[in-house]
Design a binder for this molecule. Structure first.
Ligand SMILES: [Zn+2]
Length: 416
């Protein structure tokens, strides 16, 4: 592995996307810096001898031929976009690491049995269109061109109208990404959480990916004068909400060891003034888990608590279901191969699940899929403070290279 080459690439990509005021990286989906990065990446792939094209959505897809071109490809990749004022490694690590796998194979003149495809996904972050992993959803058939006509960004621009003028849509090659057309999908990513660092591990082998079920809760009380309404006569929507928020937290804590996290991340209080009893509160509730049945059990308990508390406090509520995604399990055989790669290099590792969503979750239903995590400082991500050491990057890429070489062998069979 040529670590210096990887570090230089990080500099190149981040230097023209950096907000000089706070150090944050800005490659927001389909803006100039993000498209420039995709173009730059496509040129590096071309230089590495790959057959490169952009699909309609602006994903960069680059293929290195195998001994037998008719075999299913091993697919590597991650996303090239960032959140607003994001970090230097989220997404870009997996993109540059995938390229380094190719550079390593080239430098050692390794010819793999299966072809290898490297992808830089567009629009993984929900920053602009309020929906995540759109590039991989398009590639795996979960989002059609027609669906794009119904998705808008924060300024009302329609996704299809943003994408279409930029698109190349070469030869309809994206049809490759259908069920059973890929041997394996493997993504390297920073953990974006504190577990690896806290446990002093080099590598996380991801077994499952959690998914959210989200709700909007409106609670109606009675707005009245804070001075002239006696305590027993109040119907306070904010104190009722407070009790609900605490109960959502304690239900999450009770299910913590089963991989549940519960969050109320938004509250809107009306009239939100010092001298009036709050008459209305709106909360946004995010419930995540890696096991669908456990998560839905938690949803039921939260719904019961909302009913009990609002009844006791004589408030009225309306609970709106904002939708849910399915948790995904990854391929066991691929995890074992990654474990072998760690043992071979004497790196410490642990099996874990991902609390955050990633492009890999869209591949799990159509092909054997896995993810590799490396630690990041204090688990901080989506922030200019995001930090990873050179050594952590080197270990992650080494495992990525070794796992990919094993996956691309004809004799490696992945069925669970
Ligand atoms: Zn990411």
């Amino acid at each position: 592995m040529n670590l210096q080459n990887v570090l230089d690439n990080f500099q190149t990509f981040n230097n023209f996307a950096r907000n000089e005021r706070n150090g944050g990286i800005n490659r927001i989906a389909f803006t100039h810096p993000e498209r420039l990065a995709a173009l730059k990446f496509s040129m590096l792939c071309q230089k590495a001898g790959l057959d490169v094209y952009f699909d309609f959505f602006g994903n960069v897809i680059a293929r290195r031929e195998g001994k037998d071109p008719s075999l299913k490809p091993v697919v590597l990749g991650s996303h090239i976009d960032t959140v607003k004022d994001g970090g230097q490694y989220d997404g870009l690590l997996g993109v540059l690491a995938a390229l380094e796998v190719i550079e390593h194979l080239n430098a050692h003149q390794i010819e793999t049995d299966h072809p290898i495809i490297v992808i830089a996904f567009a629009c993984e972050e929900s920053t602009r269109f309020n929906e995540a992993t759109l590039g991989s959803k398009y590639l795996t058939g979960k989002m059609t061109k027609n669906d794009m006509k119904h998705i808008k960004d924060n300024e009302g621009n329609i996704l299809y109208d943003v994408v279409e003028p930029l698109s190349q849509d070469m030869h309809g090659k994206a049809a490759l990404f259908e069920r059973n057309q890929i041997k394996a999908f493997l993504e390297l990513h920073i953990e974006q959480g504190p577990i690896l660092e806290k446990n002093d591990k080099d590598i996380g082998i991801v077994t499952d990916i959690a998914a959210p079920h989200r709700f909007k809760l409106s609670i109606q009380g009675v707005t009245s004068h804070s001075g002239s309404t006696p305590m027993p006569m109040r119907i306070d929507a904010l104190t009722a909400s407070s009790e609900i928020i605490l109960s959502i937290e304690s239900i999450g804590q009770a299910y913590h060891d089963q991989g549940i996290v519960t969050t109320v991340g938004y509250a809107n209080v009306y009239p939100n003034t010092m001298n009036a009893i709050p008459g209305e509160v709106t909360l946004l509730i995010d419930i995540r888990g890696k096991d669908l049945a456990v998560r839905e059990q938690v949803v039921t308990e939260i719904q019961q608590q909302i009913q009990t508390i609002t009844q006791k406090r004589k408030t009225v509520y309306h609970l709106e279901d904002l939708g849910q995604d399915d948790p995904r399990s990854f391929n066991h055989k691929m995890a074992q191969i990654t474990e072998q790669s760690c043992l071979q290099s004497d790196y410490s590792f642990r099996y874990m699940y991902s609390g955050a969503g990633h492009d890999a979750m869209n591949f799990a239903p159509i092909c054997p899929t896995s993810m590799i995590f490396i630690p990041c400082k204090k688990g901080i991500s989506h922030s200019p403070e995001e930090s990873v050491t050179e050594q952590q990057i080197a270990k992650g890429i080494q495992v990525y290279i070794d796992t990919t070489i094993e996956l691309a062998k004809l004799e490696t069979i992945l069925e669970d």
